[in-house]
Design a protein around this ligand. Structure first.
Ligand SMILES: Nc1ncnc2c1ncn2[C@@H]1O[C@H](COP(=O)(O)OP(=O)(O)O)[C@@H](O)[C@H]1O
Ligand SMILES: [Mg+2]
Length: 210
């Protein structure tokens, strides 16, 4: 049983996209998944409400006040709001086994994320190696200057970068339908699925070390 917190105080960095697709992945592998939504905008829970009943089941949880690990869940994926900081951030970090920080390659995003990463580094459970943190590049289009700047930023972040996902319309299309990339015919999204492999590998490995 592992709890994965998806966090970055910058709005629009890709938290809900990462959270819903991860939940979809583990559900597609027959795992018991709880998707906990700390955001009062409820984007992740609304995605779940749109999810067709024929797709693998994901349990929704309102995580605004606290999120408890549902004992029956193999994976609890926690989507968090923009501006997460202070005691709420501390508690969320404490409750997580693994943390993923999605980030887009823009100067605005790097500026907003820098202080957050510093805060994470200083958290006791992170310092003690009890909580693992990794970065994920979102909407990264290789061979652009912005992508290069992001890689440099990530290399200095002190956390491993475990994936870079390109910008693809399929993320928005799937989101509209309550689906994840893993609910779509693989041949239609093969390039994007490939990009998820290192990230999924890291998560599964890191969860075994807990
Ligand atoms: N890899 C991607 N390709 C295309 N669009 C993306 C990608 N990642 C995120 N988006 C889009 O970016 C927007 C913001 O993402 P979202 O996950 O809602 O961010 P957050 O939850 O951090 O506010 C959404 O419209 C989402 O569909
Ligand atoms: Mg969101």
């Amino acid at each position: 049983m592992s709890t994965v917190l998806i966090a970055n105080p910058k709005g629009g960095s890709g938290k809900t996209t990462l959270a819903t697709n991860l939940a979809g992945y583990f559900a597609s592998r027959g795992r018991h998944v709880t998707l906990s939504d700390m955001d009062r905008q409820r984007s992740a829970l609304q995605w779940l409400e749109r999810r067709p009943y024929k797709l693998p089941l994901i349990h929704g949880q309102d995580g605004r006040h606290s999120y408890t690990n549902s004992l029956s869940a193999d994976w609890t994926i926690v989507d968090s709001p923009a501006g997460l900081r202070g005691d709420k951030l501390k508690q969320a970090v404490k409750d997580a086994d693994l943390i993923l920080v999605p980030m887009q390659p823009s100067a605005f995003d790097m500026g907003a994320t820098r202080d957050f990463l510093q805060t994470l580094q200083e958290e006791k459970s992170v310092r003690k190696g009890q909580t693992f943190v990794a970065m994920v590049g979102m909407r990264v289009d290789n061979r652009t200057r912005a992508a290069l700047a992001l890689q440099e930023f990530l290399a200095q972040s002190g956390f491993p970068c475990v994936g870079n996902l390109r910008s693809a319309q399929v993320y928005a299309l799937a989101a509209e339908q309550g689906a994840s990339l893993f609910d779509i015919r693989p041949s239609q999204v093969s390039r994007d699925l490939q990009q998820w492999a290192p990230l999924l590998h890291w998560l599964v490995n890191a969860s075994k070390q807990k």
